[in-house]
Structure formats: C-alpha cells, structure tokens
Design a protein around this ligand. Sequence first.
Ligand code: SF4
Length: 203
Amino acid sequence: MDNITEKVLQNLENRKINSKYFETKEDVKKAILDEISSDNTVGIGGSMSVKELNLYESLVEAGNTVYWHWLVSKEEMPSVRKNAHNSDVYLTGTNALTEEGELINIDGIGNRVASMFYGPKKVIVVCGINKICSDLVAAIDRIKNEACHKNSTRLKLKTPCAATGECTDCKSPDRMCNVTTIISGKPGEVDLNVYIVGEELGF
Ligand code: SF4
C-alpha cells in the first residue's frame, strides 16, 4: 500500500467511515461475498466497478435476492431502484475519493447517490486506486473529464461530452450530471464502508 492510500484510510477513519484495503479485485470480491449472508437482500447501483467484479452473478448463485436496474426493462427500472434503495446491503462504486476521505459523486437520477447515505442498512463502496484524487477540485475534474463522457457513450446519450469528450455544462435533455454529492462524514443511519482496491476498477 502506498503513502497516499494510507492517508486516505486514516482520513476515512477520522470521518468515522469504515474502510479496508485489498490488494486485488479477487480479494475484495471474496471479502464482500463473505460478509453478505444468503438471506440479505442486496441492491446494486449503476456501477462499472461492481459490474467488473461480477458480484451480481455470485450473489444470485449464493441465493440472495438482488435488485439491479441495469438488468431489467426500462419500465421495471423505477421499482427495482426503489427495492435496491431499501435493501439490507447496497453495493456501489464511487466516482471519486479524495485524499482527505471525501466521497464525490455525480448522478443523473440520484438513486445511486441517495442510496449511499440513506435507505439501505449497510453500504459497501468499492473504490479502485484510479478513483483517488488529491482534492475536491481534482475529483470533480476527474469525474467530468474522465468518467462522464465514457458513461455517456456507454449509455448512448446525446450529450456534448459523448461527442467530444469534454464537458460543456450542457443543458441537454440527456444531461447526466443532475445531482452532485459530497459525503464528508458517516451518515447517521447507515453502516457505510469504503473498500479500496490496489488496482484500477471502473472509470
Ligand atoms: S454536464 Fe453534460 S456535457 Fe457535462 S459531463 Fe454532464 S452530461 Fe456531459
């Protein structure tokens, strides 16, 4: 583990947010599966990090009821998002994590970010080493100029960033940057956990 990651873990602890470090994707996946019992309902946010870990498949195999709106029809998405929001355990990534231990996220609908601080009993945020940023300004810059255009392209949205790779703070109907959140301490009614992985995960 490098000095910056050590600093992030210390700052998360100072903010009363539980945190752990895992060397590899396999290690973090095993830890997550080990702490979710088969009778837990599990919600998954719109997260490439969680997708890359193939957690959905392993949880279903273990007998869990899993709510993930990425896998259902457009009509079913709202109810699946609500079930995920009320789940026992919610799994998601984060758009950025600052060295000071702040979680920064930008969301289109807001379900993913809302579920990170209120709703589920327990939240596990998986954070690849590539998501760590020096400060809030660097975090927003990373999200806008590295993550958003990739997500826009993935979702086939008609946004300026999908076309050019650059954010114009658009007002397009497909705009995906509608809610920006900063989690700067442990929210009162959720067991919030941040698991940092020493490999790149998501974007
Ligand atoms: S505000 Fe618009 S252009 Fe900028 S990142 Fe968001 S969707 Fe893309």
